[in-house]
Design a protein around this ligand. Structure first.
Ligand SMILES: Cc1cc2nc3c(=O)[nH]c(=O)nc-3n(C[C@H](O)[C@H](O)[C@H](O)COP(=O)(O)OP(=O)(O)OC[C@H]3O[C@@H](n4cnc5c(N)ncnc54)[C@H](O)[C@@H]3O)c2cc1C
Ligand SMILES: NC(=O)c1ccc[n+]([C@@H]2O[C@H](COP(=O)([O-])OP(=O)(O)OC[C@H]3O[C@@H](n4cnc5c(N)ncnc54)[C@H](O)[C@@H]3O)[C@@H](O)[C@H]2O)c1
Length: 468
């Protein structure tokens, strides 16, 4: 078997792997990029982009239910051509995949971009496509895939995951969504708005991974009005003729198909991580430093969803950069990770920023809250539902985090996150301009609420204005 040497070998051409490759290129190092499975990234093919495209179609169609409130005629007669809607989602998906491929691997020669599954024989010796590659450093960025319990595989194409839902040419009449985390909620709500009779199940008492009790309850109340959700018990599936019965405790529903959205598992089978000679954790992942992405003191780096730690696109990008930087330079440089930011694009958006509720010392924080009901702009939009909760240090007023279910949460969460990154206090934020009438006024109201509970006060007489 032929063997060649490179400076850096990158396994996985998803977002993390492509970012790592860019670092190797920038450092002028020789490299090889290896990808098993479909190229084009999880994000563009079966993740962020097709799901957001589906959400957009579903939201636009759902908007018709508001139109009667101000006299738009004919909205009740509006119908949706489902195959056309799904084709539109697929067309957008194809555009995003083509863009990724066009700007990354399309023109790469076969010796630089190898399309096959790689296996480690030693920490820096890889076997792939009938050849061996010796690398000075290796980046493992093999991503993750939907978790499907083994017995559920027997249900064949009646059990869907995000790997197949964007391939559908038509939608079934009824579906159960098992797992109301990020995927279950984003897609469950969209499918419901597209006309599928959805029933949701989650074994937890919360949905969308909320931790703040006020936000969690609000999310259950709001989403539970759109489709039935059953919480607190693991769901089970049995076959009944052509249909599937999904049961959890006393709740049971007969459906055409099931969307299985109970989490994702790292792609490590057959990768040979045992050859690293370090202990492997419960999902087969070795311990690594999340600031350098290095595994022990080996020239081996992890990046992206395969770590199981921050399974989000922007984090995969950052991790790919860190891993690629270190792999290309033979360094173990540690980089500060960014303030956590999480956005579930369901409607209203559910977001979490900075420190989570369970991480906070409840005796040392002030919580500012605003319910969306009276917020002017939200009322005008017909979307005045939800609650924003922000957390700050009770003494200094330094912003620590927040959780929210709110319209335009994707924007508000970014603002809050950027302020936390800057180390700003509630008082400093109240000295920022707030336009009227905007949804940011809801954030302002939550800040005022927190400010009243914080010891540190702005100097100069007026809370909002700095004295000259
Ligand atoms: C439905 C859905 C919606 C999402 N929405 C969002 C969102 O809105 N915002 C957000 O931030 N994140 C979102 N995510 C998460 C985001 O898509 C991921 O965090 C990100 O794509 C992970 O990138 P990655 O590079 O780690 O993995 P991937 O893009 O999966 O790349 C890994 C690659 O490695 C390959 N591979 C696996 N094993 C091997 C092997 N042995 N040898 C060689 N190659 C191998 C795989 O085939 C794959 O091509 C979503 C995910 C899903 C599933
Ligand atoms: N907007 C976004 O950023 C976005 C969107 C989609 C996916 N993602 C990423 O994809 C990852 C995977 O998403 P996901 O929704 O599959 O996982 P998740 O971890 O967010 O949610 C899985 C849910 O399934 C539940 N569950 C597990 N087993 C169950 C059972 N037998 N019965 C009932 N409920 C069960 C869990 O309690 C949990 O709430 C997420 O971690 C996220 O990072 C991100």
């Amino acid at each position: 078997m032929s063997e060649r040497t490179v400076d850096v070998a990158i396994i996985g051409s998803g977002t993390a792997g492509l970012n790592a490759m860019a670092q190797a290129r920038k450092a002028g190092k020789s490299f090889v990029l290896i990808n098993g499975g479909e190229p084009g990234t999880t994000c563009a093919r079966v993740g962020c982009m097709p799901s957001k495209a589906m959400i957009q179609v579903a939201e636009d169609y759902h908007r018709r239910t508001h139109l009667g409130k101000y006299g738009v005629d004919g909205h009740e007669a509006m119908t949706l051509d489902i195959p056309e809607a799904l084709e539109h989602v697929q067309d957008l998906r194809d555009i995003f995949v083509d863009r990724v491929l066009g700007s990354s691997t399309d023109d790469m020669p076969g010796d630089l971009f190898i399309q096959d599954y790689a296996r480690l024989l030693e920490p820096t010796l890889i076997e792939v496509a009938g050849q061996r590659i010796r690398a000075d450093a290796v980046v493992i960025a093999t991503g993750s895939r939907p978790l499907i319990p083994k017995p559920w595989r027997a249900f064949g194409n009646r059990l869907l995951t995000t790997d197949d839902v964007f391939e559908l040419e038509d939608l079934p009449e009824s579906m159960a969504v098992i797992g109301l985390g990020t995927i279950g909620l984003e897609l469950g709500q969209s499918l419901s708005r597209l006309g599928v009779r959805i029933t949701g199940f989650d074994q937890m008492d919360e949905i969308a991974g909320t931790q703040d009790p006020e936000v969690g309850q609000s999310a259950i109340d709001i989403i539970g009005k759109e489709f039935p959700i059953h919480l607190g018990q693991a769901a089970e599936i049995t076959q009944e003729g052509e249909k599937l019965r999904v049961s959890a405790g006393e709740h049971s529903v007969l459906v055409d198909k099931v969307l299985c959205s109970i989490g994702r598992v790292p792609n490590v089978e057959g990768l040979g991580l045992e050859t690293l000679g370090v202990p492997l954790g419960k999902q087969g992942i070795p311990a690594f430093d999340s600031s350098s992405m290095q595994v022990g003191d080996l020239p081996v780096f992890l990046a992206g969803d395969v770590t199981g730690e921050r399974p989000l696109l922007h984090e995969a990008g950052d991790e790919g950069k860190i891993a690629g930087y270190n792999a290309a330079r033979g360094e173990s440089a540690r980089f500060r990770r960014k303030t956590p930011l999480f956005i579930n694009f369901c409607d209203p958006n559910i977001c979490a920023v900075g420190q989570r509720w369970s991480e906070l010392d409840q005796d040392r924080i002030a919580v500012g809250q605003i319910k969306l009901a009276p917020v002017g702009r939200a009322l005008i939009m017909g979307k005045n539902k939800g609650v924003i909760r922000i957390y700050a240090d009770k003494v200094s007023g330094t912003l620590l985090g927040g959780e929210m279910i709110t319209p335009k949460g994707e924007n508000l969460a970014h603002l809050l996150c950027w302020c936390i990154e800057q180390g700003l206090t509630v008082g400093q934020l109240l000295r920022m301009p707030f336009y009227h009438p905007v949804i940011e006024e809801a954030l302002q109201a939550a800040l005022y609420d927190a400010y009243g509970k914080i010891e540190a006060k702005n100097e100069g007489g007026l809370t909002e204005l700095r004295r000259l």
